[in-house]
Design a protein. Sequence first.
Length: 746
Amino acid sequence: MSEEAASDSRPPVVTAPGSAPTEAPSPTKDSPKGEPRPFDEEEDGPVSESDALRSLTSDRGHDDAEQVEARRASAIADLIAARLSDDASGTRIGTLALFNETVSFGGGFHTEGVRETAASRCTGVVVVLDSVELAEYTDLFVQPDGYDAALDDLREQALLVLTGPPGSGRAATAVNLLSEATALSGSQDGGCHRLLDPTALTEPGWEPPAKNCGYLAEVDEGPAGVGGFGPRQLGSVAAALRAAGCRLVLTGGRDLALAATSTSGSETFARHELKPPDPLVILERRVLGHAPEPGARAQLHALLKAANAVSALREQTAARHAVRLASVITADGDLAAAVTALRDPSDQVRSWFQQYRTPEAVAFALAAAVLEDSSYLTVAEAAVKLHSALTPPEPAPPDLRFADRLADEQQWIRLDSPRSGPLGAGGPPRVRFRGPLLGQAVLVHAWSTLDGRRDAFIEWLRRLLGHRDLEVRARASVAAGVLAWADHHYAVHRFLTGWAGSTSWPPRQAAATALGVAGSRPETAGAVWELLDEWARGGSSAYQRRLAGTAANAAGGILGRSAPDRAVGVLRGALDRGDDWGTLPAVAWGGVHLLHQGQAAALLDAYLDWSAPQDLSPMVVKTLSAFVFAVSRPYERPSADVGTPGVGGVPLLLTSLPEHGEQVAELWARALARRPVQDSALAALREWIDTYAPLSPENLDRVTALLADIARRPGKHRERLLWWLGKWAADRDRPSVNAARLSRRI
């Protein structure tokens, strides 16, 4: 068909894209269980050409708010994918595939327990700490803050309740206090003993097994381990100790501190709370001793910096980790290998889940893993909802105070509170893991091992997709991608396909984001692309069109940046459906997102190839309509610095004209010469001339060069441009100064 047969010499003036949008389908009432409100079900069968083209100019079903969410989710997914590929610190998730194997309780977040020595295997109530064990505790010991006050209290009251988070050095501090108190009393014959069964202290009438001795009793974590350790019973124990000339240090965590607190404040025993020590100071003391040689400290710090040991100790602050690295250094071992093993997130996660299994702990860990870097209240609210899904119904809401337990149960999580300005002026505290990749490792471990809680977890994650906070929805989508990376096949059939074909936008966007994260790993990229190809080339039912639209959305995200040829293949599969026009809006948006991923050349080449016949066939009209849509969309910078830099508020294809001028000019020429694309192309061109060109001299020069290039092409391009420029310049309601100027220059 000739150019003139496909065009009109005097086409009507049309409204600029987006100037008269039609309303999106009315959402239904909130569905049960707080799920997102879906759009009305689409009619089955092909969508008409007129409806599809109208949807591009009105953004029906794809409004700006949805695309803001798509860009935010893509930006967050970009950051997560970068961490999963290779964290800047060198940390990697290398052993997640081993979760189904038998694992040992070592490293990571286990607490101090009874040492399995020859003495501790003996039967009896107490064991004596021998000289070797005493030396290990007391030699090179770093005194914590308040040590002298705690020593005075122990000597005076005989019973000291020493509490602090796991890893704060409770056992070492207790042994040093007992040794020093015994020495100062002048009675060293009794020595120090470990009380193997602390619950014996709760029995009425308890008395020390021997007189003039020091005792250490370590209480298990959790409310069950501190049953009976009330102020009255501890007062009786203190009296028995004083009568026998003995001293006892009872160590434990937050639950012991609460149990030992009297409302009257009149305890007859002493209490002291340890603050977490500086692991770097402990390591220095262990390596350099009390009187290091000049320059030794600088040499040690250079060694630690080279091996990333300082970062490792900031992430895992327990004293035992500093002791472990110090022993490697003093033995001339491989410090870098020891640091790598210490920072392995898989090992940390396995150890933590072996120790903490209660719904309270698991719920907050998973909520933090999904919503890391969100505010504390956002994470806590999500954790409460997950907790309710993991536990039987209760007559009243549980008294969950996650922040109070972070230092004990969740040492891998920190609350970063702004310090500047008055209270609340700097914003709410943010929940962050101490180490890179820990959040992702938590998700994969829980998904792989908590079999009885998987359904509740995925239902909770699905509800987060309907959260009012866009950031929560985006992070939940990324979390779903981490799960899909862990087990692609299961995730696709368990939830991703259902989300991708949903009548509601948030699940579809979540599926696209999740597939982008999953496909960022080389081992799963092939399977993800095959799935997108399958969805893109599916049938013409409403459900299959939604799958194809999700595939186009995913292809335009971070997947498209790394494999643009495969991305445009998915877009073509979703677009080339004959008389079915229902996927055109999704493909048009997918193309826009691909432009923002820095793949303009691949997309424009594809548009040129698909529209090469230059006739009125559906594929040509769809392609040129997608191009006009792309040149009509002003660039909006995402929340993260990802993709292609552009000028905010200006179409990316305008600012990139010098680089892609030939491709853009040819596509503009084809669009301006073809009905029905011509109407929207003319409206978009006037937007370039009247809205974007005046923003800078460079934009006006680019538009001038573009129109001159189009006018030089064979056919009636020059006449058409001059006619429309003159019409816009003489527009009675909205005369265009730039149109008159461009008409003269052409």
